[in-house]
Ligand binder design. Structure first.
Ligand code: ADP
Ligand code: GN1
Ligand code: MG
Length: 379
């Protein structure tokens, strides 16, 4: 439900803000939450107000608790390293006047964090930015690698579970709620054709999952650490320093949860190493940019090599294909369902996105061998 300016200011008034604020305007390009920039009397952006999409994140308590754990953990790590300018290097969420981590206004859930000044986000990256991004996500995972198991909840159960995503697609096809199945038959056939390979991938992941279970057992015995993933490593989910284009801060922490390491490199390859847009209508624009892939991987491996197993390292390029395939399945499922999940900006937006993701998948498949060979330097 859209809010008036007065309602938004009233919502903001529930939080412990240091400054008087006068406006809240739409901001950013997210598909899930509503993000607004909040300005003070001088017209400076001071805060970010977000309406949490509670149809997707149904357990808002768990969500906000996860984010609190993650941000305080990173803050502590940065303090220990003697970092300066910490408010620009980790998100700072503000409590409500009654000390809660979010405000419920009767129909929506709201949270407020500090706006990161002199920062910018990108929808596209160069190899130089990509290298910085790889280091940033490698660092992010490293900093969170000692959060004890069981501390963070799964904010969206089965979020990156490929079998589950395929089941959702098949259920959507069977129900055909919006009568759109005939129109998408070609993509359904193409996805089915790839099932054999996806099965292989699931097997690969299952193999690693078993290894991860061994690690969890060792962890419980106090011998090993478990890691946490961001699970939405899109290019626009990190803020770069406007002065020098170094990554300041990883944002959009809703999906930070225990998961497979392939998720985090995979979603960056899917978004950053695409020569076109996620929803490009001109499929000729959509291809993998190998320089971006290589630069990200170099940066990521610089920071993450220390905790990755050889199996994981080998599978990193496969992560790009998996996440792109998964996103194809997810957009198509939403299209067939009648656009109930992602925000859309035109009636066929989810179908356009499906086609663009599928084209990217084909390009990644064509470059698979080259990508695998690139990993040999770390094996
Ligand atoms: P969504 O879940 O909808 O993707 P995000 O948390 O990623 O929402 O925010 C959307 C956009 O808003 C980001 O891509 C970024 O450009 C901007 N943004 C979000 N938080 C901040 C912040 N604290 N400081 C500056 N910009 C921000
Ligand atoms: C959503 O919140 P945003 O726009 O960064 C989605 C991701 C998808 C992405 C596709 C909670 O991310 O999983 O990869 O859109 N987030 C959720 O662009 O479903
Ligand atoms: Mg985002």
């Amino acid at each position: 439900m859209a809010k008036t300016k007065e309602q938004l200011l009233n919502i903001l008034d529930q939080f412990q803000l240091d400054e008087k604020v006068v406006s809240a305007e739409p901001f950013g390009n997210g598909h899930i939450n509503d993000t607004l920039k909040v300005t003070n009397e001088k017209g400076e952006i001071k805060y970010v107000l977000q309406r949490i999409n509670h149809l997707i994140f149904t357990n808002v308590d768990m969500l906000q608790n996860n984010i609190h754990v993650v941000t305080t953990h990173i803050r502590k790590k940065l303090e220990e390293k003697g970092e300066t300018d910490i408010d620009r290097k980790v998100l700072t969420f503000l409590p409500t006047k009654d000390g809660k981590k979010y405000y419920f206004d009767g129909d929506s859930y709201w949270r407020v964090c500090l706006f990161i000044p002199r920062s910018k986000s990108y929808e596209e990256v160069t190899p130089e930015l990509s290298y910085e991004a790889g280091k940033a996500f490698g660092d992010f995972q490293t900093m969170l690698s000692d959060i004890p198991e069981g501390t963070l909840g799964e904010t969206i159960p089965d979020f990156h579970n490929m079998e589950f995503r395929l089941k959702q697609l098949r259920d959507a096809v069977a129900t055909n709620a919006a009568g759109r199945v005939a129109e998408v038959q070609y993509y359904l056939d193409e996805i089915e054709k790839r099932l054999e390979e996806v099965k292989d991938l699931v097997e690969e992941i299952e193999k690693r999952a078993e290894a991860m279970c061994i690690q969890e057992r060792l962890y419980r015995e106090g011998q090993l650490k478990k890691r946490t993933n961001h699970c939405d490593t899109k290019v626009n989910n990190m803020m770069f320093d406007a002065d020098n284009d170094k990554v300041l801060c990883v944002i959009d922490l809703d999906t930070v949860m225990p998961g497979f390491v392939l998720s985090d490199i995979g979603d960056f390859i899917r978004t950053g190493a695409n020569t076109g847009a996620e929803d490009d209508e001109n499929l000729d624009n959509v291809n993998v940019n190998m320089e971006i892939f290589k630069a990200y991987t170099r940066g990521y491996m610089e920071k993450a090599k220390a905790f990755l197993t050889p199996t994981e390292i080998k599978l990193l390029p496969y992560g790009g294909r998996l996440l792109t395939y998964m996103q194809t399945v997810r957009f198509l499922t939403d299209y067939i369902n009648g656009d109930t999940y992602y925000k859309i900006h035109s009636p066929k937006h989810n179908l356009i996105r499906t086609k663009a993701q599928f084209k990217l998948l084909q390009s990644l498949e064509a470059h698979a061998e080259e990508m695998d060979q690139f990993m040999n330097q770390w094996l």
